[in-house]
Design a protein around this ligand. Structure first.
Ligand SMILES: Cc1cc2nc3c(=O)[nH]c(=O)nc-3n(C[C@H](O)[C@H](O)[C@H](O)COP(=O)(O)O)c2cc1C
Length: 196
């Protein structure tokens, strides 16, 4: 195995993530995020990983959408990165926690204006009458904020996933894949291999 694992899984993640970026893996920051609702129904969707915040994997979304509602009743989540060009997969499991208002505001302010308008327009995951209806609503929101800085909607912000497990998966021939697991928290991690 060519990768030199350190004891801190965050360091390993950051090194592999940077390598994926340098090697031009498309959407290398996209992760599949799984949540589970109060009826134990899982759901999964792609979100963009926006960096480690206080040793947690951050992403931004609408707090009132499906994933936000799931996390409200069950903060246990899982996320997976898959980089096909490198034949690598990184899985994490952990607990989701909202970022602070200051952290969410800082990120919201950096977003393109159209995305900021979208955050006010979309009642994410709810039924809509038609796409035209949604576009009209976006125009109304745009008119409302014309000439002003768009403030962060209170229902929009970030989470960080505080990991309790990392699994680094490297494809090998004959399906003899290598799976390196780190279980624990903070600076205290137990390291072992898992059968492919
Ligand atoms: C490449 C890609 C990146 C996405 N990034 C985000 C994101 O960062 N945040 C987000 O809320 N939705 C993102 N989405 C949309 C989600 O996959 C999903 O449709 C949306 O969040 C609603 O999910 P929910 O109804 O389960 O809450 C992205 C979709 C794709 C394909």
């Amino acid at each position: 195995m060519s990768f030199d694992f350190k004891n801190d899984p965050f360091e390993n993640f950051l090194e592999l993530f940077k390598e994926a970026q340098i090697k031009g893996v498309p959407e290398h920051n996209a992760m599949a995020l799984a949540t589970v609702n109060e009826r134990h129904q899982p759901s999964v969707r792609i979100v963009l990983f926006k960096g480690l915040v206080r040793r947690g994997f951050s992403f931004y979304t609408n707090y009132n959408g499906r994933k936000g509602r799931d996390i409200e009743v069950n903060n246990a989540v899982a996320a997976t990165f898959y980089w096909p060009h490198l034949d690598q997969q990184i899985r994490i499991e952990g607990i989701a926690e909202k970022l602070t208002d200051e952290e969410s505001e800082k990120y919201f302010a950096s977003r393109p204006r159209l995305s900021q308008i979208g955050a006010w327009t979309s009642e994410q995951s709810d039924k809509i009458e038609s796409f035209e209806f949604f576009q009209k609503k976006a125009q109304q929101v745009e008119a409302k904020f014309q000439g002003q800085v768009v403030p962060r909607p209170p229902h929009w912000g970030g989470y960080r996933i505080i990991p309790t497990e990392f699994e680094f998966w490297f494809a090998r021939s004959g399906r003899m894949h290598e799976r390196y697991v780190f279980q624990g928290s903070d600076l205290n991690w137990n390291r072992f291999l898992r059968s492919p």
